[in-house]
Ligand binder design. Structure first.
Ligand code: XMP
Length: 510
């Protein structure tokens, strides 16, 4: 199997690069820049190397730099953004802040003919995000594209098979980004498109079979797609050494706990223990209103609940989780900023009683996880469930969480989902749910004044949950849902629809 090494220098789009390569059916592996040497690269048989972007300037003392010998292995290298500048710097070129200022966003790219830019018209749109520029080229390199503010938007040294682009070919805003990546992977590196998701499954199964040999593994099940897929994958690797624990924290949607227990236990044949921890969670969340605090408390309470079961069954060595890639970046991996502490990454207590954590889906995006799920034979109904966050309804109840508010939200939420499910076939929508605000408003019912909560309906369309559009739901549906909720759910006087995309909002309210 041909493979590409994605050398990680700390940018936000690094996983996306690997994903774009895998979308071309070529396997891509990400390694931090300081965890692999030129010798190891040559030995591992990579057909090509991609240097990722990163937030630093190459001249910063602390900027991440690999050894220059990586450029001399004879393996083609493509540098992207910071990676492009680093390639120039390591080869003897000069980098400086662009004189006419930073370039950010969609930018007109003027290209010359070159193997990397084959099929890219003379002028096209690319996505830029930089302050520094390559200002003098290293010996043997020539510039093959420019923008208004950057004379070296792409460069190459064909003799050494070194290529660099200042822009980001991996983001969809770069019109010919896929073409450029294909040129690199297939024409320049000579890869064959022979990687399939089955290969990921086989590789993971043998990796975990080896790594977890003789270990007892405790898997946290939430009933969502990610933890279900991770559980089945690990079950395939280590069979009965895997015990799944489903913590019912009392913050699940209506009837969900029973469904999860039935579907996973029966359908997947996985060993599941259901723990009723409702009181523990409610008690710990009492009086807490700050979203990050809620998440941390929930993360910690989960671990405590797992630990308790693990003592009861027998000693468990490893904790397994269904963490996927967007959870990792949004929880602030390396230098990227913390957006939310997803409970299965940032919210873990430090004094956990497990020797290690196994996260088999850590490198995958949601759509890739679903594909793995289908290939593992998990029922479609489960694989295509809309995602549900680990902290559950706690992050959909603004302000303090009480049993009364949980009940109100459950009822409103099930009405919204029921009605939308009826027209799902014709209504593109990736996730949809209700949020209970802590705002009360005045209403009128019959001749009486009412004073109840405002509930928010949230529905988004997205591929990977990194960005999302608010769903254009039909007015008739919104009207029906609003009428049913205000009539059927005691305690709600007002229904509003959230029309904010991500960014600037996030999908969840907290
Ligand atoms: P946000 O709100 O971050 O949500 O835009 C993106 C996707 O992630 C889900 N989400 C979570 N999933 N643990 C999870 O397992 C969490 O703490 C968490 N927070 C958000 C959210 O439902 C959406 O699908």
């Amino acid at each position: 199997m041909d493979k590409i090494l994605v050398m990680d220098f700390g940018g936000q789009y690094n996983m996306l690069i690997a994903r774009r390569v895998r979308a071309q059916q070529v396997y891509a592996e990400i390694k931090p820049y300081d965890k692999i040497s030129a010798k190891e690269i040559a030995k591992a048989g990579y057909k090509g190397i991609i240097f990722t972007g990163g937030p630093n300037s190459v001249y910063d003392e602390k900027s991440p730099r690999c050894d220059a010998s990586v450029l001399g292995t004879g393996i083609p290298v493509l540098g992207i953004c910071y990676g492009h500048q680093l390639m120039a710097y390591l080869s003897g070129g000069t980098i400086a802040p662009a004189q006419s200022g930073s370039e950010y966003g969609k930018t007109m790219l003027l290209s010359e003919s070159n193997p990397l830019l084959k099929g890219v018209p003379q002028s096209s749109v690319c996505w830029m995000s930089h302050t520094d520029c390559v200002t003098s080229l290293p010996d043997g390199f020539c510039s093959v594209a420019r923008t208004e503010k950057c004379d070296c938007a792409a460069m190459c040294c064909e003799e050494k098979k070194l290529y660099g682009v200042q822009f980001h070919p991996e983001v969809t805003h770069t019109e010919y980004g896929t073409q450029i990546l294909r040129n690199f992977i297939f024409d320049i590196c000579g890869c064959r498109p022979d990687w399939k998701m089955d290969d990921f499954i086989d590789a993971s199964v043998s990796k975990y079979r080896k790594e977890l040999d003789g270990k007892m593994v405790l898997m946290a099940i939430s009933g969502g797609v990610d933890s279900s897929v991770a559980a089945v994958l690990l079950h395939r690797a280590i069979g009965d050494n895997l015990t799944c624990v489903f913590v019912d924290h009392g913050l699940l949607r209506k009837n969900e706990a029973d469904y999860v227990e039935r579907a996973l236990g029966k359908e997947l044949g996985v060993n599941i223990i259901r723990v009723n921890a409702q009181e523990l969670f409610l008690e710990r969340l009492k009086g807490v209103t700050e979203p990050e605090k809620k998440r941390k408390i929930i993360g910690e309470s989960f671990i405590r609940a797992f630990e308790e079961v693990s003592h009861e069954i027998e000693k468990m060595d490893v904790l397994a989780q269904g963490t996927i890639y967007p959870d990792v970046i949004e929880s602030g991996k390396g230098d990227s900023a913390v957006i939310k502490s997803h409970h299965n990454v940032g919210g873990l207590p430090e004094n956990m009683e497990f020797e290690s954590i196994a996260e088999p889906l850590r490198e995958l995006f949601k759509d890739e996880v679903r594909e793995v799920g289908e290939r593992l034979g998990i029922p479609r109904e489960l694989v295509w469930r809309q995602p549900f966050p680990g902290p559950g309804l706690a992050i959909r109840i603004i302000g303090e969480i009480t049993r009364e508010k949980i009940d109100i939200l459950r009822e409103a939420d099930v009405i919204f989902r029921e009605e939308l499910d009826r027209i799902r076939e014709h209504t593109p929508c990736s996730q949809y749910f209700a949020v209970l605000t802590d705002t009360r408003s005045v209403g009128v019912m019959g001749d009486s004044r009412t004073y109840g909560f405002a509930v928010v309906l949230r529905a988004v369309v997205t591929d990977d949950f990194m960005t999302a559009e608010w769903a254009r739901l039909p007015y008739e549906l919104l009207e029906k849902v609003s009428s049913r909720i205000t009539n059927e759910v005691k305690g709600i006087t007002r229904v509003v629809y959230d029309i904010t995309s991500k960014p600037p909002a996030t999908v969840e309210w907290e």
